[in-house]
Ligand binder design. Sequence first.
Ligand code: COA
Length: 274
Amino acid sequence: MSPKAPPFCDNVRLATIADVPRIAVVATAGFYYSPVFSWERTYHKEYPRDTMMSYQKMFADIIRDPQYVALVIEDEYRHLENNETDATIEADISLMPPKAGTKIIVGAATWKFQPRSSRVGQFMDSKDMESLEKPTFDGGLGRDKSEDHTEDLDCKCDEAEEKYFQGHQLMDMIVVHPAYWRRGNGTKLVKWGLELADLDRVKQGVIAAEMGEKLYLSMNYKKLYDIEVMDDENSGNKVKVGVLQYTPSNLSPHGTPTKPRLWGWLPWLFWRAV
Ligand SMILES: CC(C)(COP(=O)(O)OP(=O)(O)OC[C@H]1O[C@@H](n2cnc3c(N)ncnc32)[C@H](O)[C@@H]1OP(=O)(O)O)[C@@H](O)C(=O)NCCC(=O)NCCS
């Protein structure tokens, strides 16, 4: 039997493969404002289609990976939403804008389970898994990306995960379309993830850019340190992300449950024995 999952409420639901084209629009519109985007996707304006296609592949791979869970959040569609982002949106032509006020995906978040988690495979898109004609996402040509910048930052982030997040659950990505910011959408997604960590009694780690960091710090994450990567000493061109950790209240700072689980069972065992 699958372990208990945090409830889905307030327009939050599991992401499916059919959601991928819309999630890629949301990701391009929202991540544009992350300093990591301008650091890595230096040529976005020249190759906006590559950005969109790479987000499609990133999210499709995660939705199909049993080690992850991906959620989306919906809100009422705002006419001309893309006027509220400076990103260049080259959406799939299959995406027709709905009527204003219709519910549409406005945000997405993904988490990676801790090693040996009993949740592996719990949240798969069964329709996609059973389908004989799965949509494919080739990821584009990557011409929007600066390879050096991406490699340097990835390398530092991998080191940090290795050092600080052994055995942790990972908050992997979160993004909300700017036309729907500050309406509590990001908070609802992060809250679901924290409930997941609480239920699993496991620490959760995240590497966050500035806006995400504010959100996490307001929700009981603690900052461990900052990662800074720069081009070269003279250019002044650099990017900074924070390494943050959430410790569920039922865990000691060392990661062990504050009460051994057996204690919870003892009265029941005693009662059964008499
Ligand atoms: C971070 C993000 C997911 C928050 O989404 P949201 O739906 O606006 O979240 P909420 O409405 O729940 O707001 C939560 C907090 O996010 C921060 N935030 C949201 N919009 C912001 C903005 N335009 N400027 C600065 N901070 C902002 C604030 O701290 C806010 O709390 P406050 O309103 O009490 O100040 C969203 O701003 C986003 O997608 N940013 C770009 C992508 C990104 O940086 N992702 C995080 C990478 S780790």
